[in-house]
Ligand binder design. Structure first.
Ligand code: SF4
Length: 700
């Protein structure tokens, strides 16, 4: 029987069926075949990553035995030895340095069940406040902006199929053509109507979609999106295009917002962004004219030190136009990681408990403690966000032991060289993974765990739709589920509470722990989701026990005290985009063939063959000035490090910018160059505006 499940990669969570192939095993070819499955998000389509995902199950370097570092080398060990080794070291470190000397780093690709249990494990079994996850590098700015404006953060507060009827879509900083190609189908209505507007410093695959259909591509200087959004809002207000009755009935803060955008004339916007003033006016007018208008943001505008304010400016624009909470229009942000939405709802964020509730809220602490069977004061207070947690590695008073689940942070984190040095300075690094990722290579203990098609669970996609991940085949001998690993370690550490290992039972506990929270899953269960899987229509949270889900949020009110959305006046804090002589601005991003740190997709032969190495994309004029030809080996460098890449000349680039994909490791790792400066509200690092120089490698 085929197993109906979802893709292991991105947040679109395309539906697929996996059929086991008889007689195949690890190392002898893919053990399942993949077929796309009809579902609202992908309508049967898959991208290259999805079609080749079965190869992950056959990767020849699959880990099947625990590893312990002895005499400087990772060596095979039994599960008993490995778990007792970890428990003993954790006990010693906690005794000598306190519970907060142990940190936990989670991931936005973990199932809801794993993310939930990891948060519980950190608080109850380790007693540490220091847990956070790689979603800080992904969704943190948009999440903070959504919470600030709407009182709730659900990436898309409407089903993705609502976009089908739109005639105008403003897509800022998202290259869906590479990251989630089936999503392009939902842009078809806007493309046909000539209403697709893409904002991206690169002429990406998605920006190219605007070419034939009367769409518009705006190509601002990296990091100036906030000024662009202020300019668009300025035009809407100055030309009387705002929805005045909506503003009066459903929002607060218009007077301060009006004052804040007043200085942002299109000509001033042009000066700062490079976007022609006439296009600023034209786009604002198109957005206002649209019969169905959506504004969507992605990491391109969010992964900045002013990412929260930029996402806020996009929300302000949507509110001024009266788009949010009305059927047929809206604002949304496109989550990146497979469980980027669910991963931030169940307690692996440093400041949150299950149900997306604040860990400082006494009522939330009491409710969750009751489910866990402990006193509320047993739950530690808030910890520190990811970048700060990583800065603490090995420091006095910082973190001396780190447990990593579902993250290859030595490739994906900002200033990756510093992260590597931090990991190497730890007393104990434990990594759960199914392959020896670059982070696992540094570990003292590696625990081999199940991967997507070998386990049951749930994921929450970019629409807040809770989906079933189903098991298609047994894991290889020697591999365990992280649920089993965490429960075993909790027992060895003498943790209170029950530690279920059956995914359905863990989900039931998660659902109880979320009851009454923002992300309320209390009406859901694996059984109910199974019953809904045919259509996949009804499982959008909040889904309390007496409801049938909430596909569209904000129809009547926002989740604020007075039910109104908050317009928040924001302004650019630093518009300095000039560079020292010879410097370019580095932007990082993704390729069609790879996913996140590449730990998975670099192991898929077809994907790896298509994109085997990092390419530095440069405008031909820039390359000519630097004496670089297409295919030359180049060095991209700044004070933090250097990357060796092959030059790819393309007119898609601005002349002041270089692009590196961040899927590659070693000397090809783009994050050797990025900076660990963070947004003060969301703690999002600056990934997309980094000063670098570029030289031909043989010129030194
Ligand atoms: Fe769909 Fe994303 Fe998987 Fe591609 S990677 S098949 S877009 S879920």
């Amino acid at each position: 029987m085929p197993a109906d499940t979802h893709c292991p990669y991105c947040a679109l969570q395309c539906a697929m069926s996996l059929t086991p192939v008889k007689g195949r095993d690890v190392g002898t070819g893919a053990p399942v075949t993949v077929a796309g499955r009809a579902f609202p998000t992908n309508r049967g389509g898959l991208c290259k990553k999805g079609w080749t995902s079965a190869d992950l199950l056959a990767t020849p370097d699959r880990l099947t035995t625990p590893l312990i570092r002895r005499a400087g080398r990772l060596q095979a060990a039994t599960w008993e030895d490995a778990l007792e080794f970890v428990a003993e070291r954790l006990r010693t470190i906690r005794k000598g340095h306190g519970a907060d000397a142990v940190g936990v780093f989670g991931g936005g690709g973990l199932t809801n069940e794993k993310a939930y249990l990891l948060g519980k494990f950190a608080r109850l079994a380790l007693g540490t406040s220091r847990i956070d996850y790689n979603g800080r590098f992904c969704m943190a700015s948009a999440a903070a902006a959504g919470n600030r404006a709407f009182g709730i953060d659900r990436g898309m507060p409407f089903p993705v199929t609502d976009l089908d009827d739109a005639d105008t879509i403003l897509l800022l900083g998202s290259n869906v053509g590479a990251t989630m190609p089936p999503f392009i189908g939902h842009l078809a209505g806007a493309r046909t109507a000539g209403g697709l507007v893409v904002v991206d410093p690169r002429r990406s695959q998605t920006a190219q979609l605007t070419a034939d259909d009367g769409g518009i591509h705006l190509q601002p200087a990296p990091g100036t999106d906030l000024a662009l959004l202020l300019g668009l809002t300025h035009v809407v207000l100055a030309e009387g295009l705002a929805d005045v009755s909506y503003l009066a009935e459903r929002t607060t803060g218009i007077d301060a917002l009006r004052r804040s955008v007043a200085p942002w004339w299109p000509e001033r916007v042009q000066e700062h962004t490079g976007v022609p003033a006439r296009l600023v006016r034209e786009v604002a007018r198109r957005l206002a004219r649209g019969r169905g208008t959506y504004i969507l943001t992605g990491r391109g505008v969010e992964q900045h030190v002013d990412g929260t304010d930029t996402a806020t400016a996009a929300i302000n624009l949507a509110l001024v136009l009266g788009l949010v909470g009305r059927p047929g229009s809206g604002y949304g942000t496109l989550t990146g990681q497979g469980n980027g939405q669910g991963g931030r709802e169940h307690g692996q964020k440093c400041d949150q408990l299950p149900g997306y509730r604040k860990i400082t809220d006494p009522a939330a602490r009491a409710a969750v403690a009751a489910v866990w069977g402990v006193e509320p004061d047993r739950i530690p207070g808030p910890g520190v966000p990811a970048v700060e947690l990583l800065r603490m590695l090995g420091r006095p008073g910082g973190v001396r032991a780190l447990l990593v689940h579902g993250s290859n942070v030595v490739v994906s984190g900002p200033d990756a060289g510093a992260i590597r040095r931090g990991l190497q300075s730890l007393d104990l690094l434990v990594v759960c993974d199914f392959v020896l990722s670059e982070t696992a290579e540094l570990a003292d203990v590696v625990l081999p765990v199940t991967q997507w098609a070998e386990e049951e669970g749930t994921m929450t996609n970019l629409e807040g739709r809770v989906l079933r991940r189903r098991k298609a085949l047994d894991p290889p001998a020697g591999v365990r589920s992280e649920l089993v690993v965490l429960a075993d370690l909790a027992r060895r550490l003498g943790a209170p509470s029950a530690w279920p290992t059956d995914p359905a039972a863990v989900f039931d506990e998660l659902a109880r722990a979320s009851a009454g929270g923002i992300a309320d899953y209390s009406g859901l269960s694996h059984a109910l989701l199974d019953a809904q899987s045919e259509t996949g229509e009804a499982a959008h949270w909040p889904y309390p026990a007496d409801s049938s889900g909430t596909p569209r949020l904000f129809l009547d009110r926002f989740a604020t005290d007075d039910g109104r959305a908050r317009l928040v006046a924001v302004r650019p804090r630093d518009l300095e985009t000039g560079r020292l002589p010879g410097e370019l601005t580095l932007i990082t991003g993704r390729l069609l063939e790879h996913y996140q740190s590449g730990a998975q997709t670099r192991r898929v032969p077809e994907l790896s063959a298509a994109q085997p190495e990092v390419r530095a994309e440069l405008h031909p004029a820039t390359a000519a000035r630097l004496g670089i030809a297409d295919g030359d080996a180049v060095i991209v460098r700044n004070v933090r490090g250097e990357v060796v890449a092959r030059a790819l000349l393309t007119a898609a680039m601005r002349v002041d910018t270089v692009f590196l994909p961040f899927h590659f490791a070693g000397r090809q790792c783009a994050n050797l160059l990025t900076e660990a400066a963070v947004d003060p509200t969301s703690a999002m690092p600056e990934f997309k505006r980094t000063a670098v120089t570029v030289h031909r490698a043989d010129s030194e």
